[in-house]
Every structure is written in C-alpha cells, then in structure tokens.
Design a protein around this ligand. Structure first.
Ligand code: ADE
Length: 250
C-alpha cells in the first residue's frame, strides 16, 4: 500500500516510523510519503490560508496549494498504485479528516486496508475551501472521514489514528494475525477479558475454567463473556448484533 500525507506539519507523522507500522515500512509492505503543503504555495510568505469570504472568524485554507500538492502526488505515484485501487476506476482514495465526515469503524478500516493508494489531506484552521472538495472527485475517490463526534485542532492526529487502524489490517503487518480475528469489533462484539500468570494476584483469582485445559469449554466461556461485556458496556453494538443474528437466522 502507498500512503501520501499532506500537511503543514508533516513532522506530526514521525510516530508512524515507530513500532509495527515502522517495521511494515522497512519490510516494504507499506510506503508512507509525507509532503509539506507550504512547498506548493508560491507567495512571499508561503501562505496557505486566507480570511473567510463573506466574513466570520478564523482562517480558511486556500484551494490552490492543496490542488498542486494533490496533482504532485498523482504524478509521483507509480502506475500500479493508481491502477489497482479497487472500486474507483483506478483512482486513489482521498481521505479528508473532518468532524463532519463519516465516522471511521472497523468495517471501514477493513475496506480501506484493501486499497492500493490512500492520500490524506488534513486541514487546519476553519477547514479547506469547499471548491477543493468539489474539484477533487475528478481525480480521487473522496471520503470525508471523522474519528468521533468531537473537535480536534487539526486533522493530523485523526490521520495518525486512521493510518494505524487501517495499516494494522494489511496482511503481514501484525506479528500474530490470529489476534485480528479475536479482537474487539472484529465481529461486532467486544473482546473477552484476558488474564496471565500468576493464577492468584492480590487475592484475585483467574476464572477457574481458564486453568482447566478444556479448549472447547474455554471457547464457550469466552464467547459468553463477549456477549455479557458487549451487552453491558456497548448496548448500541449489542442491539446491532442481535438484529444481524436475526437476519442470519431468517
Ligand atoms: N478534525 C477535527 N476534528 C476531527 C475529528 N473528530 N475527526 C477527524 N478530523 C477532525
């Protein structure tokens, strides 16, 4: 997968060189390219923002530096990255982080993990001039996306969250792929509780069944714990799960 990150703070993404995502880059499973948006602004101050037309508070990002940066990415990307992106006539997916976007879910992360080329355009200030969003679909499959119903100072931290959620699902990125099948949200339920040694810690015992060695009983207990936890901690997810199960039965 190729990922392009365009920002006035490209150094924000240095964290992506750490841990498993850094390793995936070194192993060639993932290529992350960072771009300084100001390199595509050609006035004296390399400015990327202006006052809102019609008045109002704050500053709005100009469309031209964004369009030039995105065109640069298009010309830089190798033909295979552009040609293989599924479901979009070969166009890369452009993710615009915004609290007004579709909220990222595990299901969406799974879909995006199968694309060849993702481009992230995190805005600052009051956002990007709307005309950039009207222009971009000529070249990209555009997805305005949010990481939750709250407001951040800029989209960069949302990009880090999204890149981590998506890239850990690329085959080979996680050391133990089995953990993907069992973790929270993989099948619409939360994960069961986990324990390690010692069997008794500060007067608290590991559930007896986990020490039994009976794998079928342990699996049944864990499945039941997933139900109990989801019903208690996330009744919204539980309601969706019940509806999905009813559909499968009919
Ligand atoms: N930019 C500001 N707030 C955001 C959010 N909640 N998700 C994605 N991008 C954002």
């Amino acid at each position: 997968m190729r990922i392009d990150l365009i920002s006035i703070f490209p150094e924000f993404f240095d964290v992506l060189d750490l841990s498993l995502i850094g390793k995936a880059q070194r192993e060639g499973r993932l290529a992350v390219h960072r771009h300084q948006l100001r390199d595509f602004s050609f006035d004296k101050h390399r400015s990327v923002d202006g006052t809102p037309t019609g008045g109002g508070a704050g500053m709005v990002m100009k469309p031209e530096p964004w369009a030039l940066a995105l065109e640069h990415v298009l010309t830089q990307a190798q033909p295979p990255a552009q040609a293989q992106s599924p479901g979009s006539e070969g166009r890369p997916t452009l993710i615009i982080p915004t609290p007004a976007g579709e909220v990222l879910t595990q299901h969406t992360a799974q879909q995006l993990a199968r694309t060849e080329h993702l481009v992230f355009a995190p805005g600052r200030f009051e956002g990007i001039d709307q005309r950039l969003l009207d222009w971009a679909p000529q070249h990209f499959d555009v997805r305005p996306m949010s990481i939750g119903d709250y407001v951040l100072n800029g989209g960069e931290s949302a990009v880090v969250v999204m890149v981590e959620a998506i890239t850990r699902l690329i085959p080979g990125v996680l050391g133990n792929p089995e953990s993907l099948a069992e973790e929270s949200h993989a099948h619409g339920l939360l994960e069961y509780p986990v324990y390690t040694k010692p069997a008794r810690w500060r007067g608290l015992d590991v559930p007896e069944i986990l020490l039994s060695g009976d794998h079928a009983k342990i699996a049944a207990w864990r499945a039941q714990q997933q139900d109990v936890r989801t019903r208690k901690l996330r009744p919204d997810l539980w309601a969706k799960h019940v509806v999905a199960q009813e559909k499968n039965l009919t």
